[in-house]
Design a protein around this ligand. Structure first.
Ligand code: SF4
Ligand code: SF4
Ligand code: SF4
Length: 292
């Protein structure tokens, strides 16, 4: 059974092992659903699928075992529910985000709305390769942004107010990177060891540690799978708007210059990282780059 061919070619419609059935993957940026949306998805699965929902690695959900003949009706009800058919082919797939400042006490930046903004700009864009994006609110990186083609990480650079430190050592205890030590009765930061997680800022009982500035580090070329790679730093920016802009330009570069069949990480190796970085940064406007 072929069903609606136009819908069947969309990445969110996945042919099952038994080709008479399809699984529908949804578009849920940041993986956040309201209770009402969850209830409606359960009803949709009862009506068109096998009554189950499958939660995926990329913070989306799938409705397994639907009849391809029902695709048009399913697409309509999913659209109405605010959970449209997603993407899983050579395109930008579901944007992942950790809870960020909405709920996590360690977060340095908001992530869910940012995921929605990135989604609004680039989700589903057809490309020569599949592109995965993840956003983490801090350097603990719970959702592994470094194993995504584009990883966005919220960071904070600590700054001690000169002259006021009591030398209590609380920040030294809290820093897992051993980037702070006490010298002559005051705390001293080792910039080389500091990963800019921001934990020490919240730890000082006298509120002497401040954030110099919040920023987003944007990494490229990570991947999971049999030959995992860690993403490499491309640029650091200060605002959500700049994050969306940089992501858009990376995606545009991939659209124009990448070739099919090989993940971004391999293509970066082939081009040479410095040249790749230079090429992408050419997309960043008249000054040649965004951010710092
Ligand atoms: S990455 Fe950081 S902000 Fe996000 S959930 Fe983990 S600890 Fe919290
Ligand atoms: S920001 Fe994190 S790594 Fe840097 S000094 Fe503070 S606790 Fe340590
Ligand atoms: S926690 Fe505050 S007062 Fe204590 S050593 Fe660190 S900066 Fe100084």
């Amino acid at each position: 059974m072929i069903g609606d061919y136009g819908l069947y070619t969309r990445g969110g419609v996945i042919t099952e092992r038994n080709a008479d059935y399809a699984t529908i993957r949804l578009r849920i940026p940041g993986g956040v659903l309201s209770a009402a949306q969850v209830k409606r998805l359960a009803e949709i699965s009862d009506e068109y699928g096998d009554g189950t929902l499958h939660l995926t690695m990329r913070q989306t959900a799938e409705i397994p075992h639907v009849n391809p003949d029902d695709l048009e009706k399913i697409a309509e009800v999913l659209e109405k529910n605010g959970t449209p058919i997603g993407a899983e082919q050579n395109e930008v797939v579901n944007i992942m985000a950790c809870p960020g400042t909405e709920r996590c006490k360690y977060a340095n930046c908001e992530t869910i709305e940012l995921a929605r903004k990135v989604d609004a700009r680039v989700f589903g864009r057809e490309l020569p390769i599949r592109l995965r994006i993840a956003i983490s609110g801090c350097t603990y990186m719970c959702n592994s942004p470094l194993l995504n083609d584009i990883g966005i990480i919220g960071r904070i650079r600590p700054l001690r107010i000169p002259g006021l430190c009591t030398g209590c050592g609380t920040c030294v205890e809290y820093c897992k990177e051993r980037a702070i030590r006490l010298k002559d009765g005051i705390s001293v930061l080792d910039e080389d060891k500091c990963v800019q997680c921001g934990v020490c800022i919240h730890s000082c009982p006298y509120h002497l540690l401040k954030s110099e500035y919040d920023h987003y580090q944007i990494m490229v070329g990570g991947r999971r799978g049999a030959d995992p790679r860690v993403g490499r730093e491309l640029v650091t920016v200060e605002t959500e708007e700049e994050v969306v802009e940089v992501v858009d330009r990376i995606v545009y570069w991939v659209y124009r210059s990448a070739w099919s069949g090989r993940p971004l990480a391999d293509q970066m190796d082939e081009i040479g990282y410095e040249k790749f970085k230079e090429e992408i940064q050419k997309e960043f406007g008249p000054k040649g780059r965004i951010g710092c």
